[in-house]
Design a protein around this ligand. Structure first.
Ligand code: XBP
Ligand code: MG
Length: 256
């Protein structure tokens, strides 16, 4: 009997994995929304790194208020106010993406094209808002790229965000595939925990804010997906003499 696992789908995280969106994308958009709302809040690079422990923009704003502006929690309809503030933030983020200043990380476009050619399904499992996914994909790979993904699981589609496994369970369910035939590509400890709890193999490509996090349990930890002219740096886990991630490498990761 052939017990080899066949790779049937790759589930991509978005923020930090497809592009390094946090410091120069989301953070800027949050601060612009704060300014528009007349708030004197400013999330600098270090503070934002701490706040990233809380996934989800609305959840992050509430967490910030609990710790830095608790009196504002007494506002009328605070939940609706946060939702409004976050909507404004999303508009700013979309404009930043439309301005085209956020490149995909090394190897991302190459790997996506290769997987498509090999008829391996593509999916997205992210905490970020759907509009942000659309804006990033459109500005980097073109409008039609949204349709390259069989399933996009984003934002509030599940009630418990990463590190809970809900988003990965939801995407696997929609794909109608078993976790054993899929791999998740993530950049953060929260993302790793979420994917592992859904029984997935996980490849980590570390990002600006996450490179010091704990990635035990990952099948491999790399600097990025690498390109033939720009090899990745191996950090932990499975290695061979690979210099960039391709379909064959992903197959070996799930078949360890
Ligand atoms: C991303 C997030 C998101 C973004 C902001 O985590 O946690 O909240 O920071 O986007 P992951 P929103 O990469 O694990 O998906 O403001 O739309 O939530
Ligand atoms: Mg991420």
């Amino acid at each position: 009997m052939n017990t080899h696992k066949k790779l049937q789908a790759v589930l991509f995280d978005v923020d930090g994995t497809l592009a390094d969106t946090e410091q120069d994308g989301h953070r800027i958009a949050f601060n612009a929304a704060f300014q528009q709302f007349g708030l004197e809040w400013n999330w600098d690079v270090d503070l934002y790194g701490e706040l990233l422990q809380v996934t989800g923009g609305k959840e992050r704003i509430r967490h910030y208020m609990e710790n830095y502006a608790p009196s504002m929690l007494g506002k009328n309809n605070v939940q609706a106010w946060i939702a409004d503030l976050h909507k404004t933030k999303t508009k700013y983020f979309e404009s930043l993406m439309e301005a085209g200043k956020m490149p995909l990380r090394p190897g991302v476009a190459r790997l996506i094209h290769e997987l498509r050619q090999q008829q391996i399904k593509l999916a997205i499992a992210t905490t970020t808002t759907m509009e942000n996914v659309t804006a990033l994909l459109t500005s980097t790979l073109g409008e039609e790229s949204i349709d390259w993904f069989d399933i996009i699981g984003a934002g509030d589609i599940v009630s418990h965000k990463k590190p809970a496994p809900d988003i990965y369970h939801w995407v696997l369910d929609q794909l109608n595939l078993s976790a054993r035939n899929c791999i998740a590509i993530e950049d953060s400890e929260n993302g790793l925990k979420s994917a592992l709890a859904a029984d997935l193999s996980v490849l980590i490509t570390v990002s600006g804010y996450t490179h010091r996090q704990n990635f035990s349990g990952a099948a491999a930890v790399l600097s990025d997906l690498g390109e033939p002219a720009q090899p990745f740096t191996h950090i932990a886990g499975l290695t061979n003499h690979d210099q960039w991630v391709n379909t064959d490498f992903l197959h070996r990761l799930i078949d360890r």
